[in-house]
Design a protein around this ligand. Structure first.
Ligand code: BES
Ligand code: MN
Ligand code: ZN
Length: 493
């Protein structure tokens, strides 16, 4: 979709394709709706009453040939009780609107729904929510379909001198964020036979051709071996698809960098601790952390934010095979800490721990890793809220703030209790990679990572429940938490 602004137009003087205008219960007309009602000699109100469209959410009507109005179609959308419209209900309103608009073949839509006042939401966030919701509702992944038709239109917002700056900034931010989200979704939805660790690294490398202030270094198996990333390499051993780590540097001033690290397991079979076959295909999404980091860097580069980011894609595949790492193996990580493998399906933390050690050299201001790390996080928080775990209150509060602003929600879980750490004790090595108790699995995974992050301010976001969702019972990538991460970075300046 394209989003543009326009000056006030007169629907009785200019021929328009389509207008979307709001009404409230009971028969309360908004300013534009009142205006059209007057020009049309009460036609609007009469039709609404005849059809018993009072203005409830879910009620709507499309009108044609309105007296004295040149606009071809006017979609009147119910927004419920005026004083009760909140962020959640507003999303429903937009959702209903898009479902109707999808059926028409429209080029231009004059969108008046951002004129309504929403409780506890200012105009800037109203516009951001609107664009997010439209983009979310119209996303399709048609790379492997014969029919590649998309619903694509120009959405026009009407501005005046007092609100035009708000519109311009909100649209600029939303465009960049939703571009990042779309790129991440398109990457994550690819099948695992195409989206391999090598493919991820190629996507990273391609960023350098589009953005002058991005440079990318790719580390292959040999490079990882040379650094000493034995935990990362152990996970890759069962697969023919070799591991590739991509370090994307976005440089736009001289401040301390923020490191974003994404788990990029392009397929997680579980390895020798093989997963059951039910829903195993969803484990192509085990690279959604890397996809989110990739999408976020696209957003930041579009906005050219004056910050420094080190974005890392930890590409790897977890497969069984005659050379696969085994339960019982003991591995010496890059930090020197030894790990006894108790479950080859707890592979994400192994790939991440070596990189968390490696990035100390950047002297980072903050480090945030994003990972589909544990099924336990889905049990704890469900499919709409990501897990947040951190060793620094200032950082976690900033993440929570960005998550509330964007409604890309996170919930903080504690990691500082000694009981959690005790679950990771090994008889033979410094740590085990997977606790035998099945309590607090999201937290013990984060505690494992925390053993490698004591040199800097770090937060871990477990997106196992939020990285994808279901349409008709079938999985599709969500692009989360790019909205939150981008906002966190916008808030840095
Ligand atoms: N990628 C999975 C976590 C996952 C599971 C994400 C379901 C999304 C949905 C991760 O590598 C994994 O297998 N974790 C294990 C850890 C366990 C062995 C300690 C899990 O959650 O079962
Ligand atoms: Mn696993
Ligand atoms: Zn995994």
């Amino acid at each position: 979709m394209e989003y543009i602004t326009d000056k006030i137009i007169f629907p009785n003087k200019i021929l328009l394709d389509c207008m979307v205008i709001p009404i409230f219960e009971t028969y309360k007309l908004s300013k534009i709706t009142e205006n059209i009602n007057q020009i049309s000699n009460n036609y609007i109100l009469n039709i609404l009453k005849e059809n018993n469209i009072k203005g409830k959410i879910n009620q709507n009507i499309t009108l044609y040939n309105i007296p004295n109005i040149l606009c071809k179609k006017i979609l009147i959308v119910g927004c419920g009780i005026k004083d009760e419209l909140n962020r959640y209900k507003n999303k429903l309103v937009i959702h209903n609107t898009i479902n109707i608009l999808k059926k028409f073949f429209l080029k231009e839509i004059y969108w008046y729904l951002t004129d309504v006042k929403i409780n506890n939401l200012n105009l800037y966030w109203n516009i951001r929510d609107t664009i997010d919701t439209i983009e979310h509702d119209t996303y399709q992944f048609k790379k492997f379909k014969k029919n590649k038709n998309f619903f694509k239109a120009k959405i026009k917002f009407i501005i005046n001198n007092t609100n035009k700056n708000i519109y311009h900034v909100a649209i600029k931010h939303s465009k960049a964020i939703n571009l990042g989200i779309k790129k991440a979704k398109d990457l994550a939805n690819l099948p695992p036979n195409i989206c391999t660790p090598k493919f991820l690294s190629k996507k990273a490398k391609k960023l350098t051709t589009k953005y002058k202030n991005i440079s990318v270094k790719i580390f292959d198996k040999k490079d990882l071996k040379q650094i000493g990333m034995n935990a990362y390499l152990a996970v890759s051993k069962g697969s023919k698809n070799k591991p590739f780590m991509s370090i994307i540097e976005y440089h736009n001033n001289d401040s301390q960098p923020i490191v974003l690290l994404g788990k990029g397991i392009t397929f997680d079979s579980g390895g020798l601790s093989l997963k059951p076959s039910t829903n195993m295909s969803e484990m192509k999404y085990d690279m959604c952390g890397a996809a989110a980091v990739y999408g976020t860097i696209c957003t930041i580069a579009e906005l050219q934010l004056p910050i420094n980011i080190i974005a890392i894609l930890a590409g790897c595949e977890n497969m069984p095979g005659n050379n696969a790492y085994r339960p019982g193996d003991i591995i010496k990580t890059l930090s020197g800490t030894t790990v006894e493998i108790t479950n080859t399906d707890a592979e994400g933390r192994l790939v991440l721990c070596d990189i968390l050690t490696y990035i100390k050299k950047y002297n980072p201001k903050y480090v945030i890793d994003i990972a589909t790390l544990t099924g336990a996080c889905v049990i704890a928080l469900g499919n709409n809220i990501s897990g947040l775990m951190s060793n620094n209150k200032i950082l976690s509060n900033k993440i929570i703030k960005a998550s509330l602003e964007t409604n890309d929600r996170v919930w903080e879980l504690p990691i500082d209790d000694i009981d959690y750490i005790n679950q990771l004790k090994s008889n033979f090595a410094n740590l085990i990679n997977s606790s035998s108790s099945n309590s607090a699995g999201a937290i013990t995974a984060a505690c494992f990572l925390s053993k490698f992050t004591n040199k800097y301010n770090w937060a871990h976001i477990d997106i196992a429940g939020t990285a994808w969702y279901y349409i008709n019972n079938k999985a599709i990538a969500s692009g989360r938490p790019i909205n939150m991460l981008s906002q966190f970075l916008i808030n840095q300046i």
